[in-house]
Every structure is written in structure tokens, then in C-alpha cells.
Design a protein around this ligand. Structure first.
Ligand code: SAM
Length: 236
């Protein structure tokens, strides 16, 4: 019953890891992780009572009360350092995702793996993760119901032997993902082509206007087009 998006998210979890599913909502992700034998123990957390009630009902219905602990928690508030190996945050905005990771630094520092699927501002997420000492070691991208989704696994830099393949240095790494670009991800190229066409159309519409505002907007879109072309350059 899991969407393709959540299925792809669960595939990034290292088998055997104890997972904190932050913003678990219905807890379908938590249930799937245990059912599939990916995770022996999940802490399903949500800040709102509605989702917590739904999560409890579903967990009982699927007979998994012994393996999934439900906690009403604002972000990582109710997670102790060392209780989980993986923190999974899916379906939330990029800024909220980052806020959750920075609110309880001792907990975040104890984590061995982050599995994130931010809905927005993914470039900011990539940049901030690196600033926080995490490196993105795996990424995936898919399109579901006409929307593009990016999901990633990040691990603390100190746990990686050779950092070189994962360090982000170029603007296009932050915007489109170094792993996705270097692996010539087929969904990313479709996204880049789509963005290119969209941006070119906007530039041509704005070219008919002569206001200062239009000029400024046109420059912004042109900068974005440069970035898109850099991204597309990986596919040549
Ligand atoms: N993770 C699921 C998914 O990807 O389909 C659910 C995503 S749903 C859009 C976001 C969930 O996060 C909601 O259930 C909401 O109550 C919860 N949430 C929002 N802010 C939160 C916070 N600060 N801490 C924990 N949960 C939060």
C-alpha cells in the first residue's frame, strides 16, 4: 500500500538499522520497514495527535505493537541519543526538515544515517547537511502523479573512509545532486529538460516587457538556465 515515493525512501534505509520515523503520520512507512524485515525496531513519531492515533490503530491492525514504539514528539524531542541508527524524515518541507535536525544537536550527532525526502528547497538541504558534517552518499529521484521527488541517504563524514566522491563543490551539485548527476539519473535529465523549456518560455515572455522588474526577473531566470545547462552537461 506504500506509494512509489515512500517505497524509494525505505530502500535507502540500511537493513538492520533501528529507525526513527519523524512525522510518521499513518505509520505506513514504519510498518513496511518492520514487515519487510528491513528494520527490527522503529520509533514512529509525530507532533500531532491525529496522526499519532492513526499510527497506533494501523500498528495494532498490522500486529506490530511489539516492534514499533509510537511517540508524540516535536521533531527529535522525544528521542534519546543512541536509541536509533537512522533518522527518516519524509514528506516535509526542506526548512522544517533542517530545523528538526538542528533543534536537538546531541541526538543528531548520535545518528549513523539520515534518510531524507524533502519536498522543497532541496539545494538548501544539501548545503546545510554538508555544513552539519553529513555527506550524501546515495540519492534517488522519481516522478509520481506528475510530481518530482528526491530522496537521499546522508551519513556523518567521520564514518566515511574516502570523502572525495561525496563532497559537494559546484552549484549544480547543490541544486541537482552530485550523485544523481554523475550517475546520469534518467528522471533528473527529464526534470532538467522540462525546467529548461519552462525557463526559456519565461525569458521569451519577459523579453516583451521593458520594466526594471522584468529585467531583473529575466536575469534570475537566465542564471537558472546557466545552472540547468551545467546540469545537462553531465549527460553529454
Ligand atoms: N512521512 C509521511 C510521508 O512522507 O508521507 C507523512 C508526511 S506528512 C505530509 C507530514 C507529517 O509530519 C504530518 O503527520 C505532521 O503532523 C508531521 N509533522 C509536522 N511537523 C512536525 C514536527 N515538527 N515534528 C514531528 N512531526 C511533524
Amino acid at each position: 500500500q506504500l506509494s512509489d515515493r515512500l517505497l524509494a525512501v525505505t530502500k535507502l534505509v540500511t537493513p538492520g538499522n533501528r529507525v526513527a520515523d519523524v512525522g510518521c503520520d499513518h505509520a505506513y512507512t514504519s510498518i513496511f520497514l518492520v514487515e519487510q524485515g528491513i528494520s527490527p525496531y522503529v520509533i514512529a513519531m509525530d507532533v500531532n495527535q491525529g496522526p499519532i492515533d492513526r499510527a497506533r490503530e494501523n500498528i495494532i491492525r498490522y500486529g506490530q505493537k511489539a516492534y514499533i514504539d509510537v511517540r508524540k514528539s516535536n521533531g527529535l524531542e522525544k528521542l534519546e541519543p543512541g536509541e536509533a541508527d537512522t533518522v527518516l524524515i519524509a514528506g516535509m518541507g526542506g526548512r522544517l526538515t533542517l530545523q528538526i535536525l538542528s533543534d536537538y544537536p546531541k541526538v543528531t550527532a548520535s545518528i549513523r544515517e539520515l534518510v531524507l525526502q524533502p519536498q522543497s528547497e532541496i539545494h538548501l538541504v544539501r548545503r546545510t547537511l554538508q555544513d552539519m558534517g553529513f555527506l550524501i552518499v546515495k540519492e534517488n529521484m522519481l516522478k509520481e502523479d506528475g510530481k518530482y521527488y528526491v530522496m537521499m541517504r546522508a551519513v556523518p563524514k567521520v564514518l566515511i573512509e574516502d570523502e572525495c566522491p561525496y563532497v559537494l563543490t559546484e552549484d549544480e551539485h547543490y541544486y541537482y545532486g552530485r550523485q544523481l548527476l554523475e550517475q546520469r539519473n534518467s528522471v533528473l535529465v527529464e526534470y532538467l529538460e522540462w525546467e529548461k523549456e519552462l525557463s526559456e518560455n519565461i525569458v521569451s515572455t519577459l523579453s516583451k516587457e521593458t520594466t526594471e522588474n522584468a529585467d531583473q526577473r529575466k536575469q534570475e531566470i537566465k542564471d537558472k538556465l546557466d545552472l540547468i545547462k551545467k546540469g545537462l552537461g553531465y549527460y553529454r
